[in-house]
Design a protein around this ligand. Structure first.
Ligand SMILES: C[S@@+](CC[C@H](N)C(=O)[O-])C[C@H]1O[C@@H](n2cnc3c(N)ncnc32)[C@H](O)[C@@H]1O
Length: 384
C-alpha cells in the first residue's frame, strides 16, 4: 500500500515538474520572439521611408488600439468594485469620498482614488475624489438582481496579489527591482516602452519645443527611444541618456543600430544616487513621473533644475488627466495601472505645474504632443 502511495506521489511530482518546465520554456520562447521581432524592426532606412518629410507631423496611435487595452481592464475594474461591495457602499452613502471608501475597505487611498477616477470616467460613478454617487446606468445594468442586469459581463478576477497591493499599497515587480537599482527585464520593458516613446520623440521634435536646444539630458530614458528619435531629426543635437545599467546596454545597441551612437552619450547609474552632469539646454522625463510619488518627483525636478543652464527647459511627457472632469478613460485606466504596479499615478496638468513650480521652474505651460500625451514645460529662470 505504502510503496503504491509513494509511487503515485512521485508520478504526480514528475508530472508537475514537467508542466512547470514546459510553461517556463514556452515563456522563454515568447520573450525571445518578442526581442527578436523588436530588433528586426529597428532600422534607420525604414524610419526614413516613413518619416521622409522633415516637417511632417507623426500620426497619433489608432484610437481603437488604445481603447482595446483600456476597455477590458476598465470592465474588470467595474466588476471587481461591484464584487467587493464598493458600488453598493457608495449607493448606500451618496456623497461619500474616495478616502472614506478606502478607509471602509481597509485599502490604501492612492489606488482607490485612481480606481474611482476610472469608474467615474466609465460612467459608473458621478463625482471624483468626493461627493461620489452611483449613476442610474450602473444601478440598472451592473447589479445582478436588477431585471436589466447585463449578464454578458465577465466574472471578477480578484487575485491575492491585487488584494495585497490594495491593502499594503506596495507593488512588487519592476518597481521593487528599480528601487534596488536593477533594470528589471529591460529586454522586455524597453520594447514595450519604445512603442510609446519612439513616436513621442518625433512628436516632441515636431512641436518645436526643443528648437535651438542642443544639449539635452534624457533622464531614465529607457533603451534610448526618445534620444534616437531626437538625434535622427536634428544632427546638431548632443544627447545624454541616464539610465540603470541594464537598460543602458540596450540603449547603446539601439543608438548604434540607428547610427547615432556618436551623439548619444549613455550613463549607467541610479538617478537618485549618482551626480547628474550639468550645462544642459533641456532635461526630459518621459513617462517617469508617473512611476514615483510626489516627494521623489520633486527630487527629480530639483535635480533637473541643477543640471540646466539658466533659461534651460524641463519637459515632462505624460498622459494627463482632464483638469475639471474624470478621464479620459484611457488615461484613467493607465493611472490605475500605475497605482497598482508602480505605487504612483497619472497627473492632472495643475498637479505637474505645481510640482515644477515648487522646484523653482517658471513660465509653466502644457503642450499636447501625440494621442493622450502632453509635455508639461518649465524654464529655469535666467537669474537665480
Ligand atoms: C516607464 S519606463 C520609461 C522609459 C523611457 N523614458 C521611455 O519613455 O521609453 C521607466 C524607466 O525608468 C528607469 N528607471 C527606474 N528607476 C530608475 C533609477 N533609479 N535610475 C535610472 N533609471 C531608472 C527604468 O529602467 C525604465 O527604463
Amino acid at each position: 500500500m505504502i510503496p503504491l502511495a509513494i509511487g503515485s506521489f512521485v508520478t504526480l511530482l514528475a508530472l508537475g515538474l514537467f508542466r512547470l518546465t514546459r510553461q517556463w520554456l514556452a515563456e522563454r520562447r515568447r520573450r525571445q520572439r518578442i526581442e527578436r521581432e523588436f530588433w528586426a524592426r529597428q532600422s534607420r532606412d525604414a524610419v526614413t521611408r516613413l518619416v521622409s518629410d522633415a516637417a511632417a507631423a507623426i500620426p497619433a496611435p489608432l484610437e481603437v488600439l488604445q481603447q482595446h487595452a483600456a476597455v477590458s481592464s476598465t470592465v474588470q475594474a467595474i466588476v471587481v468594485a461591484r464584487e467587493l461591495g464598493m458600488l453598493r457602499f457608495i449607493d448606500d452613502r451618496p456623497g461619500t469620498t474616495a478616502d472614506e471608501l478606502a478607509a471602509h475597505f481597509g485599502f490604501v487611498e492612492r489606488p482607490v482614488r485612481a480606481w474611482v477616477e476610472l469608474l467615474a470616467a466609465a460612467g459608473v460613478l458621478e463625482g471624483r475624489d468626493h461627493g461620489l454617487a452611483l449613476t442610474e446606468a450602473a444601478r440598472f445594468y451592473l447589479y445582478p438582481d436588477s431585471p436589466f442586469f447585463d449578464s454578458s459581463l465577465p466574472a471578477a478576477s480578484i487575485s491575492r496579489s491585487l488584494l495585497h497591493t490594495l491593502r499594503s499599497g506596495s507593488a512588487g515587480g519592476s518597481k521593487a527591482k528599480w528601487s534596488e537599482g536593477s533594470a528589471h527585464h529591460a529586454a522586455l520593458w524597453g520594447p514595450a516602452m519604445h512603442r510609446f516613446s519612439f513616436p513621442l520623440g518625433f512628436a516632441l521634435d515636431a512641436s518645436g519645443l526643443l528648437a535651438g536646444r542642443r544639449a539635452i539630458l534624457d533622464v531614465a530614458g529607457g533603451i534610448g527611444s526618445m534620444c534616437v528619435a531626437l538625434a535622427l531629426r536634428d544632427l546638431s543635437r548632443q544627447l545624454t541618456l541616464l539610465e540603470l545599467p541594464g537598460s543602458v546596454d540596450l540603449a547603446r545597441q539601439l543608438t548604434d543600430r540607428y547610427g547615432v551612437a556618436d551623439r548619444v552619450r549613455c550613463i549607467g547609474g541610479d538617478m537618485f544616487q549618482v551626480a547628474w552632469p550639468g550645462g544642459f539646454d533641456a532635461v526630459l522625463f518621459t513617462n517617469i513621473f508617473h512611476d514615483w510619488n510626489d516627494e521623489r518627483c520633486l527630487e527629480l525636478a530639483r535635480r533637473a533644475y541643477a543640471s540646466l543652464k539658466p533659461g534651460g527647459l524641463v519637459l515632462v511627457q505624460e498622459a494627463l488627466l482632464d483638469e475639471d472632469r474624470p478621464g479620459p478613460l484611457w488615461t484613467a485606466h493607465f493611472s490605475l495601472m500605475m497605482a497598482l504596479d508602480m505605487e504612483a499615478r497619472q497627473f492632472r496638468p495643475s498637479q505637474l505645474r505645481d510640482l515644477l513650480a515648487e522646484a523653482g521652474f517658471v513660465d509653466l505651460r502644457v503642450m499636447p504632443l501625440l494621442g493622450y500625451n502632453s509635455s508639461v514645460v518649465g524654464a529655469r529662470p535666467l537669474t537665480g
